[in-house]
Design a protein around this ligand. Structure first.
Ligand code: FAD
Length: 431
C-alpha cells in the first residue's frame, strides 16, 4: 500500500493521527502546499497572510522536513495549488490512500472538493479530526448542533463527562528507500511576494516556528522556569515573553497539539504543583476547543456580518477610522500601543486583542469583519475558529451572553497602571 500524508495545520511528527495512520502502509510520502491563494489579497484588501506568519510557517515546514527525514519520510513542498499537483503525484507514485487532518471551514472545504474532482477514481482520502483537546466522538453531546451557545455550560459538561485521549506515539522509522527524488524547495518570503524583515527587539514573541521550538517553549515555560504555576496571575500581562504561555502560534499551525500540552500539565501537577494556575491553562485550551465547535455548529455564519446570532446591527465602514486604528493613531493610547505592537511584530496579548476589538466594533461601530480580516492577515497565531469566534464574541454577534463593552481607559488603568506597555510602543524614536 502506498500512502500519502497531506500536511495542513498539523505540522508535527508527535501525536499526529494522520501520520500514524499513513505509517501503516508500505511506502509513505508526505506533501505540503504553500497554496498561492493564501498569499493573495482578501475581499477587504489585506494580504491574507502577512510576513510574520509566513516566515513562521516557512520555519515550521523546514523543521518538519528534517524531522520527517529521521523516520525516512520525504516531504515534498510545493508553492502551488493542491488540485493542480496532487493528481500527478498520486499517479507518479501510485498512491492508494491520502491521509489528512479534517477541516470544515469554507476555503479548506472548497480546495478539498477541487482535489477530489481531479483525482482518479479509487483513491481514498481519509480525514481525521486532530486539532481538538476533546475529540468530537468523545463529546457529551449527540451532535455538534446541540452544543450550547454559552461556554461555561460546554466546559462544565466536558470537564465532567469527556476524557482527553492519550498521545499518539511518534512513529518508528520506516525502512530507508530511495524511491523518491525530492527536488522540491521550500519557498522564501520573496517567493511568496513578501518582504524580509528583522524581528523587533521589543517583540513579546521573538520565537521561531517548528515542532522542536514548540517543545523547547513547553520545556521553558513548564519545567525550566515553572511559570505555569503562576499562569493565572500573569496571563493578563502585556510586556515580555513569559506573562502567558505563547503556545498559540505553534498550536495554530499544529506544530504542537493541545493534547500534548494537556498531558504535560497533568505531569507538572503530579510532579511539581497543582493549583488554580495549572488548571487555568487547560481552561483556556477548552476555550480554544469551544470556538472550533462553534464553527462546526454554525458553519459560514461565523464569517457573516450578523454572526451566529444573526443580529441586524447597523455597521459602518470608514476609511479614516481604519487607517487610524491600524496605524495606532486613535484617541485611545492603550488601543494605539496594542495596534502598533501588532503591526510591528504580528503579536498582541489577549487583553490587548479584547480591547482593540471592542473599540473597533463597539466604540467606533465599524464592520467587525474588517477588524477580523486585518487580524487574519497580521497575526502570527491566526486560527480561523479562534479569530472569528473571538471577534464575534467581542462584537456582540457571538457567544458573549453579557454582550460587554470594554471601558478602554479603565482597562489601561487596571492592566497598565504605570504605563510601561504604552511607553514601550508609543514613545517617539528620535533617531
Ligand atoms: P495563553 O494565555 O497562554 O493560553 C494558552 C492557550 O489557550 C493559547 O495558546 C490558546 O490556544 C488558548 N486560548 C487562550 N485564550 C483563548 C481565547 N480567548 N480563545 C481561544 N483560545 C484561547 N487565538 C488564536 O490562537 N488565534 C487567533 O487567531 C486568535 N484571535 C483572537 C482575536 C481576538 C479579537 C481575541 C480577543 C482573541 C483571539 N485569540 C486568538 C485568543 C487569544 O487572544 C490567544 O489565543 C492568546 O492571546 C494567545 O496567547 P498565549 O498562547 O500566550 O495564550
Amino acid at each position: 500500500m502506498n500512502n500519502l500524508i497531506w500536511f495542513g495545520n498539523d505540522l508535527r511528527v508527535n501525536d499526529n493521527q494522520s501520520l500514524s495512520n499513513a505509517m501503516q502502509g508500505d511506502n509513505v510520502l508526505a506533501v505540503y502546499f504553500f497554496d498561492p491563494r493564501y498569499y493573495t489579497r482578501d475581499s477587504f484588501g489585506f494580504k491574507k497572510t502577512e510576513r510574520f506568519r509566513a516566515r513562521f510557517l516557512i520555519e515550521t515546514v523546514s523543521e518538519l522536513k528534517v524531522n520527517l527525514q529521521t523516520i525516512h519520510i520525504p516531504l515534498l513542498v510545493f508553492h502551488d495549488r493542491p488540485e493542480t499537483v496532487l493528481p500527478d503525484l498520486v499517479n507518479k507514485y501510485s498512491i492508494h490512500q491520502i491521509f489528512k487532518q479534517k477541516e470544515w471551514t469554507a476555503e479548506e472545504t472548497s480546495i478539498l472538493n477541487k482535489v477530489k474532482s481531479n483525482l482518479a477514481p479509487g483513491v481514498q482520502i481519509i480525514e481525521s479530526f486532530d486539532q481538538f483537546l476533546f475529540h468530537p466522538d468523545d463529546l457529551p453531546y449527540p451532535s455538534f448542533h446541540s452544543i450550547p451557545n454559552v461556554f461555561t455550560q460546554f466546559r462544565k459538561r466536558c470537564e465532567k463527562e469527556a476524557a482527553v485521549r492519550p498521545i499518539v506515539s511518534k512513529p518508528s522509522p520506516l525502512p530507508k528507500t530511495n524511491l523518491v527524488e525530492n527536488q522540491t524547495k521550500i519557498p522564501t518570503l520573496k517567493d511568496l511576494g513578501l518582504d524580509d524583515f528583522e524581528i523587533d527587539p521589543k517583540s513579546a514573541f521573538p520565537f521561531k516556528g517548528g515542532e522542536n521550538e514548540a517543545l523547547n517553549r513547553l520545556q521553558h515555560y513548564f519545567w525550566d522556569t515553572q511559570k505555569l504555576a503562576y499562569y493565572k496571575k500573569t496571563r493578563n500581562g502585556l510586556v515580555g515573553t513569559d506573562y502567558s504561555s505563547k503556545f498559540s502560534p505553534w498550536l495554530a499551525n499544529g506544530s504542537i497539539s493541545a493534547k500534548t500540552i494537556y498531558w504535560e500539565v497533568k505531569k507538572f501537577e503530579k510532579e511539581i504543583k497543582k493549583n488554580q494556575d495549572t488548571y487555568w491553562l487547560v481552561f483556556e485550551l477548552i476555550w480554544r476547543d469551544y470556538f472550533k465547535y462553534v464553527s462546526l455548529k454554525h458553519g459560514n455564519h461565523i464569517f457573516k456580518l450578523g454572526g451566529i446570532l444573526q443580529k441586524d446591527y447597523s455597521w459602518k465602514s470608514d476609511e479614516h477610522h481604519l487607517k487610524s486604528w491600524i496605524e495606532g493613531t486613535t484617541s485611545e493610547p492603550f488601543v494605539n500601543a496594542n495596534m502598533k505592537e501588532l503591526r510591528q511584530t504580528g503579536w498582541m496579548s489577549n487583553r490587548g486583542r479584547q480591547n482593540v476589538a471592542s473599540f473597533w466594533a463597539k466604540e467606533l461601530k465599524q464592520d467587525w469583519r474588517i477588524g477580523a480580516a486585518y487580524f487574519e492577515s497580521m497575526l502570527l497565531d491566526y486560527d480561523v475558529h479562534s479569530n472569528w469566534g473571538n471577534w464575534m464574541y467581542n462584537s456582540g454577534v457571538g457567544n458573549d451572553p453579557r454582550d460587554r463593552k470594554f471601558n478602554i481607559k479603565r482597562q489601561a488603568d487596571m492592566y497598565d497602571s504605570k504605563g510601561k506597555f504604552q511607553n514601550l510602543w508609543l514613545q517617539e524614536t528620535l533617531f
